[in-house]
Unconditional design. Sequence first.
Length: 272
Amino acid sequence: MGDNTVFELRNVNYHYLNEPPTLKDINLKIYSGEKIVILGANGSGKSTLQRILDGLIFPTGGEVLAFGKKLTEENLNDQKFSSEFRKKVGFIFQNSDAQLFSPNVWDEIAFGPLQLDLPKSEVEERVESIIKMLGLEPLRERPPYKLSGGEKKKVAIASVLSINPEVLILDEPTNGLDPRTQMWLVEVLIKLHQAGKTIITATHNLDIVKDIADRVIVLSEDHVIAAEGKPEDILRDREMLLKVNLIGEHYHEHRHGDDSGHGHSHFHHHKH
């Protein structure tokens, strides 16, 4: 494939039937090993963009390339292309319930690898190592529907990681998570990125951007790319953040601790 482009979007547009567009003229390249955050207010088109990247929906205009090949409905109907693609790209939905259906956590995590026709011993090894990595030992026998929101999110992530994808797409992963689970999530994403994964997170949670992005794409409420750049530059651009409705008028950013990149920044803004 020459370069290390994972996804390329060329003039991508999307609109649901008889609705105004949810994405307009999106041009974007995502490279292997990047940590990308797609930032935007609710309704800006973040989820639509991610669903296009995951081949769940297809642009109504323009084209998408994944790993150098066109990502089209036709190509995904091809067994070989589809199974290759599904092995490489894992999607973590905003609502974990949409993703969990097995009788217990162990089976949930084993489901993906079993679809890959791996030997039983390898499936077991994968499940065990992920349970260990994510600290899910106490949950292994529990039915997913009985778990808390944070536990469900952990299991949803585990069930995608067990396929060992190259690219991880997360839609608003911190929604409804308590601070401790949110911290856990950020640490897991950092770990996965260090292991060479490409991480694409859609969020409007400014608190986590610095930790989980080396590049930020900002979508406006007009469904176009309003800005793109390093997290610190994007977060400093108060005027742009106001314009795309990510912060309120009274927003200020203050940092705790040193600035070695580990003083987590805390954002204060009034909820609308």
